[in-house]
Write a protein that binds this ligand. Structure first.
Ligand code: CAA
Length: 270
């Protein structure tokens, strides 16, 4: 998600400073952005000049303190609350007073993350969809303390990206994942109970409801660990058994079968 966000921000004219936990991760990010932009050029969606200018706007750093002077921070670390909170706590001492902090979290409480910073009024959710360069939506989530100016500034960024914002209140998993993840989880139950196999479930939903991907293929695309993490946020946060993660989903994650990124999920990518 981080490389996709850097990609669209740079194409829209923003200077981007990308950070990650290792040089290797940063190099992979730049490689992915280059590949995706080259594909956009070859399909005539982006000119070679715009690609070159966008790539020149992206720089990288391994030092979190370098982000201190930026106007907007978009955190896109793994979907683990403790990790995200630790990143914000490390960042806060270096921040300029005007910097807006946002998280690309797909489910975690914005209000709780904001409370770990010195500026809950300048903190909100900025949730892109995967693949970021293709998907039109950005969910904007206000925490309990987010002020109007911060929301307006983020809304303007979404418009400059040429994307569409939908605003959501700060409840577990917001709108998209509140609806999408129970559907994916139900598809895993359907497999678990033997109602269908992987092919029949995905074919049914693709051709039966005109979804671009079947739910199991989409789960592999999102990452089964991310799907499980979001189901756990729904289950814990809403305290309703209807959000119980399917045991088969848990088992796959425990096996390290995380979908496309690990080479195996409901499908085999090796
Ligand atoms: N960067 C840039 N462009 C990309 C890209 C990327 N990473 N991935 C795909 N594309 C472009 C392709 O170049 C192609 O462009 P053209 O139209 O110019 O040819 C276009 O997207 C379609 O791609 P493909 O032809 O390769 O494949 P496709 O037609 O099967 O579409 C897909 C692929 C866009 C991923 C489509 O299957 C789809 O929309 N799937 C559903 C995605 C979805 O639901 N995403 C949301 C997930 S939920 C989420 O993100 C929230 C969360 O918190 C978990």
């Amino acid at each position: 998600m981080g490389n996709g966000i850097a990609h669209v921000m740079a194409l829209a004219g923003y200077e981007v400073l990308l950070t990650d936990i290792s040089q290797d991760a940063l190099d992979r990010g730049i490689e992915t952005i280059t590949g995706n932009m080259d594909r956009q050029v070859s399909r005539g969606k982006v000119s070679a000049e715009d690609r070159d200018a966008a790539m020149a706007r992206i720089s990288t750093t391994l030092t979190l303190a370098d982000l201190g002077a930026t106007d907007l921070v978009i955190e896109a670390a793994t979907e683990k609350e403790a990790l995200k909170a630790a990143i914000f706590e490390d960042l806060v001492p270096h921040l300029a007073p005007h910097t807006i902090l946002t998280s690309n979290t797909s489910s975690i409480s914005i209000t709780r993350l904001a409370s770990r910073t010195d500026r809950p009024e300048k903190f909100m959710g900025f949730h892109f969809m995967n693949p970021v360069p293709v998907m039109q939506l950005v969910e904007l989530i206000r925490g309990i303390a987010t002020d109007k100016e911060t929301f307006q500034a983020c809304h303007e960024v979404v418009e400059k990206l040429g994307k569409t914002a939908a605003s959501a209140e700060d409840f577990p998993a917001f709108i998209v994942n509140r609806i999408l993840m129970p559907m994916i989880n139900e598809a895993v139950y359907t497999l678990y109970e033997g109602v269908g196999n992987v092919t029949s479930i995905d074919t049914s939903m693709k051709l039966g409801t005109n979804h671009p991907m079947g739910p199991l293929e989409l789960a592999d695309f999102i990452g089964l660990d991310t799907c499980l993490a979001i189901m756990n946020v729904l289950h814990d946060g809403l305290a309703d058994t209807k959000y119980r993660p399917c045991p088969l989903l848990t088992k796959y994650v425990e096996a390290g079968w995380l979908g496309r990124k690990s080479g195996r999920g409901f499908y085999d990518y090796r």
